[in-house]
Design a protein around this ligand. Structure first.
Ligand SMILES: O=C(CO)[C@H](O)[C@H](O)COP(=O)(O)O
Length: 236
């Protein structure tokens, strides 16, 4: 089964199992979340479902508006019932790499404001250890003025190489929705992701990392054979 259909099946199952009437929903970014938003919109139209949606990026905001869903923000709703998002990779403990689309900071804020955070992905994102599948490095959002010293510090302290992500169809670096740059850290060996995340986050100029540790409660994987596999975080 193609990845797109697998993403759709995961998204539909997650929405049908978790989205309920009168919820405030955090909406993630990427290509998989598009299917989830479409399903939410279908249920609003067919079943009269009432929800309010809080976006995690410019893309998510557009998606909510295009699907004619009620749009709000964290000023109006600092606590969300549920956040749904995609991921670039998911390990055995449901730790995630996110930020392939450059939206990691707002995605993490939205996820951390939700009572439940669930992830939708296709089978190509499943791994035992982070970095097994996603080879583009750990996305790290940084303040532009700090990018060069940070590339050097990250490589010196943690090994590997941190590269400035360049824009496509625009000269120069990719600029995030928050006006920052992204470093993609191609690491060599990491055994404790929580410690690495905390240490990187402490470096002056780092805004956020794409390591989502102990955040996801459940992941819905659309599998190659057409089924959807649901995994729960082991420590819960
Ligand atoms: O973290 C993200 C964007 O910053 C996305 O959720 C992640 O890249 C997954 O995207 P897709 O659903 O297209 O595979």
């Amino acid at each position: 089964m193609a990845g797109t259909e697998a993403k759709k099946r995961a998204a539909y199952m997650a929405v049908d199992k978790y989205v309920q009437n009168n919820q405030v929903l955090g909406i993630g970014s990427g290509s998989t979340i598009v299917h989830a938003v479409k399903r939410i919109a279908e249920r609003v139209q067919k079943d009269g479902l009432k929800v309010v949606c809080v976006p995690s990026s410019f893309q998510a905001r557009q998606l909510i508006l295009q699907n004619k869903l009620p749009l709000s923000d964290l000023d109006q709703y600092p606590e969300l019932d549920l956040a749904i998002d995609g991921a670039d990779e998911v390990d055995n403990d449901l730790n995630l790499i996110k930020g392939g689309g450059g939206c990691l900071t707002q995605e993490k804020i939205v996820a951390s404001c939700a009572k439940k955070f669930i992830v939708i992905a296709d089978y190509r994102k499943i791994s035992k250890c982070l970095g097994e599948k996603w080879k583009r490095g750990i996305p790290i959002e940084v303040i532009p003025k700090a990018y060069l010293p940070l590339t050097r510090t990250i490589a010196a302290r943690f090994g590997g190489v941190a590269e400035l992500r360049m824009a496509v169809s625009k000269a120069g670096p990719l600029v995030t929705d928050n006006g920052n740059f992204i470093l993609d850290w191609k690491f060599e060996k990491v055994s404790d992701w929580k410690t690495v995340h905390c240490s990187i986050k402490m470096l002056p100029g780092v805004v956020e990392t794409g390591l989502f540790i102990d955040l996801a409660e459940k992941v819905f994987f659309g599998m190659e054979d057409g089924t959807v596999e649901v995994r729960e975080r082991p420590s819960q």
